[in-house]
Design a protein around this ligand. Structure first.
Ligand code: PTJ
Length: 252
């Protein structure tokens, strides 16, 4: 473990990089995951590495959507597993969701390693090993899911999802919650609830909102969902990037 002084100005970003590197070394994260991480960092930098109020509203709407769901599933890929395993388990507990490993670059070996990693971080049941279901309209490797997991889910959280898969899940009638730092990406644009935030901030924030909403009535939860405007949230994130401190030239 590399020692990073916690007063370093880029502390959070360095810790994140270290986790992704360790994920690759452990066979959890794909090499493409390093590239995805780099893209995410660039967008996070432009957003000021903070949760916008519109992203916080999205996280609250996502929590309400999950609490209203009959069969919610949190999809976990190699980046999510490396960056936020405990946070994902805590969110699953807060909203009573299943966790399913679902990979863009699928290998049985990596699914097993990620499932073990999640169990080491407190998950009791991890789906994704059966692979007896499918997302129609995708080639086999991209479309394999568990029949009693994502295939049967009514609400799915798909952080860092590929655009084709996000569209195919929407075509199946799933309510989709997407976490992605790029507001121009196809997957958040397909989502019912796009959260334009770093998954390291968004996942614990969703869990905190879920705990806060634990005693809300279904009607109150539905109001939280209805009040959220996905297009406005995407526009707000894009505006924040265009008008942010980086554009003003007052970056450190
Ligand atoms: O483990 P696998 O095989 O399922 O592969 C996972 C990755 C992420 C490698 C795969 O899905 C992929 O190639 O994704 P893309 O197309 O590179 O898209 C990644 C998206 O996630 C980009 O829009 C990034 O801006 C965004 N992103 C990266 N890191 C974060 C992020 N969004 C939120 N939080 C992050 N930490």
């Amino acid at each position: 473990e590399t020692e990073i002084p916690d007063d370093h100005p880029r502390y959070a970003s360095l810790v994140t990089r270290h986790r992704i590197e360790a994920g690759v070394e452990q066979g959890i994260t794909s090499k493409q995951g390093l590239i995805a991480q780099g893209r995410g960092e660039a967008f996070d930098y432009l957003l000021g590495e903070r949760t916008l109020p519109s992203a916080d509203a999205a996280a609250r709407a996502a929590a309400a959507t999950l609490l209203l769901a009959d069969r919610p599933v949190l999809s976990v890929n190699g980046n999510v597993a490396a960056l936020a395993p405990s946070e994902t388990v805590e969110l699953a507990e807060a909203v009573d969701a299943d966790i399913e490993v679902n990979l863009f670059n699928h290998t049985d070996e990596r699914v097993r390693r990620i499932a073990d990693h999640l169990r080491e971080h407190g998950a009791d049941e991890v789906k994704g090993l059966a692979g007896d279901g499918e997302i129609p309209g995708l080639d086999h490797a991209r479309g394999v899911v568990d029949a009693d997991g994502i295939e049967a889910a009514d609400v799915v959280v798909v952080p860092l999802e590929d655009g084709d898969r996000a569209a195919a899940l929407a075509a199946m009638g799933k309510t989709e919650i997407v976490i992605d730092l790029n507001p121009g990406s196809r997957s958040p644009r397909t989502a019912d609830v796009p959260i334009i935030d770093n998954l390291l901030r968004a996942v614990p924030n969703m869990a905190a909102h879920a705990r806060d909403l634990a005693d809300a009535t279904p009607a109150e939860l539905e109001r939280v969902v209805d009040e959220f405007d996905a297009d406005a949230a995407l526009d707000d994130a894009e505006a924040a990037i265009r008008e942010g401190s980086f554009a003003d030239g007052d970056d450190e």
